[in-house]
Design a protein around this ligand. Structure first.
Ligand code: S3P
Length: 419
């Protein structure tokens, strides 16, 4: 792979931007918004609640905020599609509204656990029930007057943290979340940029309910989690790639640190700050990689990058082992099971742990295999870059799911693969 890639806007930041802008007093401008399946669900949810959102040009939104108390009850059931972020973070806002909302999702989302948000939001005073009393969507959320809590989630999850912090905007006093390990802090950064008092100390973050939110005028950085697929594929000999304008928030770039440990030559150039987030051009020059161990403390900063890391592991010499990653079992698919099944079919020595996996490289990738992406965008993109970088022919069961986070992925890939 050679050349320069511009990846689409960050998915996590795009979700937060459209939701928080909907609560602001006045019009926000969001440039570099990710126009994709998942973020489209958050736009639709905010529109259903009464927010006026115009697409002023591709990837640019003008959001007319309704203020903190401006939402109205939506008609019918809201659909978060494949997007856990829309449902879980959105639930934090819905928990504070004086009406009932029902939110569902696609088959994948309806299998994902929601007790992690039901429990704290109920403690704050909302009533949240899952399908048939089980903690799965569709969720029925009846909001009301919320009280502040101090909450210690069992798992490291930015979605859970953000859901509680957003509900905390509507309480009578400060709300605190104490995380077992630090997770992405985009919500905290954006709230601060909108004038909200947010205090972070170690793994503890406290939000103070504001009177109002100042509108946003931001440029969303490129998505590191989209860049990750190109980063791993170009980290091996014969490639040299620049990924322009990518968000490099330290809580997101665990993969970059791990690749460096594996021997990768990755430089950050033109480091700058955009919308309160660190951004850089990432320059990667291919080198021979060696396998490595990734432990529980490192997982939150690369939680979405494990499929990509498996690609690096398959191309590297020796064993790569990832542990403390049980959360991957409940992502858009069981990503441990999905990657191990695909790698095994491709002839890569590998195996599962309950909370992780191991694999051994450098593997001779078997040609002509039919592989199941499980409708999971990140599994599909990982296998596509593995095929591209090794010149292997693979048949993937579903690649339309890529549009969940990265429309135009194939075109971008074709623009940098040397033939
Ligand atoms: C996200 C947080 C992560 C990540 C997801 C997006 C977010 O989930 O896997 O793709 O935007 O907050 P968890 O926080 O539940 O691990």
């Amino acid at each position: 792979m050679n050349g320069r890639v511009v990846v689409p806007g960050d998915k996590s930041i795009s979700h937060r931007a459209v939701m928080l802008a909907s609560l602001a007093d006045g019009a926000s401008r969001i440039r570099g918004f990710l126009e994709a399946g998942d973020t489209g669900r958050s736009v639709a949810m905010m529109r259903s609640l009464g927010t006026q959102i115009e697409e002023t040009c591709p990837t640019e939104l003008r959001v007319t905020g309704l203020g903190l108390r401006g939402f109205s009850q939506p008609e019918g059931v809201l659909d978060a599609g494949n997007s856990g972020t829309t449902l879980r973070i959105g639930a934090g806002l819905l928990a504070a509204q004086g009406f009932t909302t029902v939110v569902t999702g696609d088959a994948s989302l309806r299998r994902r656990p929601m007790d992690r948000i039901i429990e704290p939001l109920e403690r704050m005073g909302a009533r949240v029930t899952g399908d048939g009393g089980l903690p799965f969507p569709p969720l029925s959320i009846t909001g009301g007057r919320l009280g502040p809590i101090r909450y210690e989630p069992r798992m490291a999850s930015a979605q859970v943290k953000s859901s509680v912090l957003l509900a905390g905007l509507f309480t009578s006093g400060p709300t605190t979340v104490v995380e077992p390990l630090p997770t992405r802090d985009h919500t905290e950064r954006m709230l601060r940029a909108m004038g909200v008092r947010v205090e972070s100390e170690g793994q503890e973050v406290t939000v103070h309910p504001p009177k109002s939110l100042t509108p946003l005028d931001i440029q969303v950085p490129g998505d590191f989690s989209a860049a990750a697929f190109f980063l791993v594929a170009a980290a091996v000999p014969g490639s040299e790639l620049t990924l322009a304008g990518v968000g490099v928030n330290p809580l997101r770039i665990g993969l970059l640190r791990t690749l460096r440990k594996m021997g990768a030559d990755i430089r950050l150039e033109s480091e700058r700050v955009m919308g309160g987030e660190p951004v850089a051009d990432i320059h990667v020059t291919g080198r021979t990689l060696v396998g490595t161990d990734v432990g529980p403390e490192e997982v939150p900063a690369l939680v979405d990058e494990v499929p990509a890391l498996c690609v690096a592991g398959a191309l590297a010499g020796g064993r790569t082992r990832i542990t403390g990653a049980a959360e991957l079992r409940v992502k858009e698919s069981d990503r441990i099971g999905a990657m191990v099944a695909a790698l095994a079919a491709l002839g890569v020595p590998c195996g599962e742990y309950p909370d992780g996996l191991w694999l051994e490289g450098p593997a001779r990738i078997r040609d002509g295999q039919s592989l199941d992406t499980r409708g999971d965008h990140r599994i599909a993109m990982a296998l596509r870059v593995l095929a591209a970088s090794t010149g292997t022919v693979m048949e993937l069961s579903d690649t339309a799911c890529v549009d969940t986070s990265f429309p135009g992925f194939e075109k971008t890939l074709a623009s940098v693969v040397d033939r």
